[in-house]
Design a protein around this ligand. Structure first.
Ligand code: GDP
Length: 196
């Protein structure tokens, strides 16, 4: 299905979250993982631009995806990129205080799309986030970005390392550059809509 994207708002506190309506999909990942590029291909340039506007990079940016008859079908929540230097005990130590309530308590949240870079070995910071999502019973899919940069052998090796290091059964390789894997990712996202 073709959607058009409508920017809803940037939230810096739980009171500002939009009234829950349709299922929400959250996008998470360390800075530089390729989140803007992926959003750009999934939801259009406007979404990526809004999310990278100064002042909005530390917010949760909400977008509605509208079908042909302008009905709201899904909401994308673009979460601030987290850092890669610090390893902290609490998942939210380097995150604004409203992120954890969003992920833990938002009833409309149907799926977390967790981005990891396929060119980078498994990171403790990402493993921590996944552990935490498991602890709050969130559905998530781990997406390995920038897969176009890897040869066939490297691809297999790196994806295996990610599965092991992050203790996951499945990782979905994608490329915002070539479009590889995006059909599968859409299928996962739309299954949330149908399933709820
Ligand atoms: P963000 O900080 O997570 O939003 O990451 P960006 O989307 O800004 O991407 C970070 C860098 O990775 C940029 O230089 C992008 O051009 C590059 N990048 C992102 N996605 C891809 C991809 O699918 N393939 C390749 N080769 N580079 C990518």
């Amino acid at each position: 299905m073709r959607y058009s994207t409508q920017f809803l708002l940037s939230a810096m506190a739980p009171e500002q979250f939009p009234a829950p309506s349709v299922p929400e999909i959250a996008f998470l990942g360390r800075s530089n993982v390729g989140k803007s590029s992926l959003l750009n291909t999934l939801a259009g340039e406007k979404a990526a631009k809004v999310s990278s506007t100064p002042g909005r990079t530390r917010a949760i940016n909400f977008f509605a995806l509208l079908d042909e008859s302008q009905r709201r079908r899904l909401v994308f929540a673009d979460l601030p990129g987290y850092g890669y230097a610090k390893i902290s005990k609490s998942i939210s130590a380097e995150w604004p205080k409203f992120i954890e309530p969003y992920l833990a308590e938002r009833d409309a949240l149907g799926l977390c799309v967790c981005l990891v870079d396929s060119n980078v070995p498994p990171q403790q910071r990402d493993a921590q986030l996944l552990d935490w999502l498991r602890s709050v019973d969130r559905h998530f899919v781990v997406v390995a970005t920038k897969i176009d940069r890897l040869s066939g052998n490297e691809r297999t090796r790196n994806l295996t390392a990610l599965r092991k290091g992050l203790e996951i059964d499945d990782v979905l390789p994608v490329s915002a550059k070539t479009g590889a894997g995006l059909k599968e990712l859409w299928a996962r996202i739309e299954a949330v809509r149908i399933g709820s």
